[in-house]
Design a protein. Structure first.
Length: 396
């Protein structure tokens, strides 16, 4: 309004003010263009989730590795060899490989522990790159602090060695013991990590660039979400290149412009935002009394009466002494007095829970009944049995 008024009086101003007014006029035009561009943006750009946060791409996945090794250098907190035969056998085999013959010797060291070594091999890891490993005691070792993991091959599910681990273990917990037998343990001192403790020796062959068709797997399968993902990709590529196959899979045909450059295509579409959908679901953990309700949970109008019959029994011991004219031999005795109180919750009334349109209104209506989480679990199950709860109930 003000900008237009100033522009209309442009010709009435002195000549020295006209250049500045021209700048104001250009800024007003730029602002108008910016508002027009914002109006043209799709609604998904203002909300929703990125495709990379809700889906996985075919071939881009982690692989689990596992190995068995020995940790040495412990301060008397390792395995007891007479109790852990596998530790003794591994120690003897290792020493023999190093040229030390101990097969007929009696070993009694407490500074060695057998451990399981686990790691996750990220996708497209190249030879020579390093990954973190986790070391966990396998025998009766009480502490791995100060230990060093010896060379340990890490194998995949196919039995092939993909990495080799070695290094100083880092333990978050600790354990201390006094001479009197008292002890203090914090955390888990029998498990630790070695940061960058394994070197990748074998690569997993997967030629992403040559793919002509790839699948996008949704982490939370849903038909509506799969359709939204396919529509977002098709709008971006301006072609019908993707189609939802099932609730968990969207199939994408690589356009000709991205042939042999699939990584660029994935880098572009993973930033697209889509509106996710989910089944109306109520999750109940009966052991802890936790209730989690999704945002689409709805409830029809229903009347609820909540009341408990409480019986309280208290025992009060009282002393009974013989009277003044009691016969000879009468003794003082203790008599139990029992008091019974019954509360049938007559003040509870039938409450009407209206048809709700949002999760907040549903929670407010249930809280208005003045019940706790465990009673609310029973109420939700009863509402579901009555057919008024439009959601799936899943008990953990």
């Amino acid at each position: 309004m003000v900008v237009h008024t100033v522009i209309e009086r442009h010709h009435a101003l002195p000549a020295r003010f006209r250049p500045g007014l021209a700048i104001v006029k250009s800024l007003a035009g730029a602002a108008a263009v910016a508002f027009a561009l914002l109006a043209m943006l799709p609604s998904a750009a203002l909300g929703g989730s990125r495709i990379k946060d809700i889906a996985n791409f075919e071939g881009i996945r982690d692989n689990m590795l596992v190995g068995y090794g020995l940790v040495v250098g412990l301060n008397g907190t390792g395995d007891r060899l007479n109790n852990s035969a596998f530790t003794q056998q591994s120690l003897v085999a290792m020493l023999e490989r190093l040229g030390v013959n101990t097969r007929d010797a009696v070993l009694n060291t407490k500074n060695v522990a057998a451990v399981m070594v686990t790691a996750t091999l990220p996708p497209f890891s190249r030879q020579g790159s390093r990954i973190d490993v986790t070391v966990s005691a396998l025998g009766d070792a009480s502490n791995l602090i100060g230990g060093t993991l010896l060379v340990t091959p890490l194998m995949g599910a196919d039995g092939q060695v993909y990495a080799v681990a070695q290094g100083q273990t880092t333990i978050a917990g600790f354990s201390a013991k006094g001479s009197s037998g008292s002890s203090l343990t914090q955390g888990v001192p029998t498990s630790g990590r070695i940061v960058s403790g394994a070197i990748v020796e074998r690569e997993i062959d997967f030629d992403l660039a040559s793919l002509e068709v790839l699948n996008i797997a949704l982490r939370n399968p849903d038909l509506t979400t799969a359709r939204h993902v396919a529509q977002a990709i098709n709008r971006y590529l301006d072609t019908a290149a993707s189609v939802p196959v099932d609730p968990a899979t969207v199939r994408l045909v690589v356009p000709q412009a991205y042939r042999f450059n699939v990584a660029l295509l994935l880098a572009e579409i993973e930033q697209l935002t889509v509106e996710t959908d989910q089944i109306a679901r109520v999750i109940i953990d009966d052991k802890s009394g936790v209730i989690v309700m999704g945002g689409d949970v709805r409830i029809d109008m229903v009347a609820i009466a909540h009341g408990n019959l409480t019986i309280k029994i208290s025992e009060t011991p009282q002393v009974s002494q013989p009277g003044a004219f009691a016969p000879e031999g009468a003794e003082t005795v203790t008599v139990e007095r029992t008091d019974i109180e019954i509360d049938n919750a007559d003040d509870k009334q039938l409450a009407v829970l209206p048809r709700t349109v949002s999760l907040g209104e549903l929670v407010t209506g249930l809280n208005a009944l003045g019940v706790g989480p465990r009673d609310m679990i029973t109420i939700l199950q009863a509402i579901k049995a009555a057919g008024a709860l439009q959601a799936e109930i899943r008990v953990m």
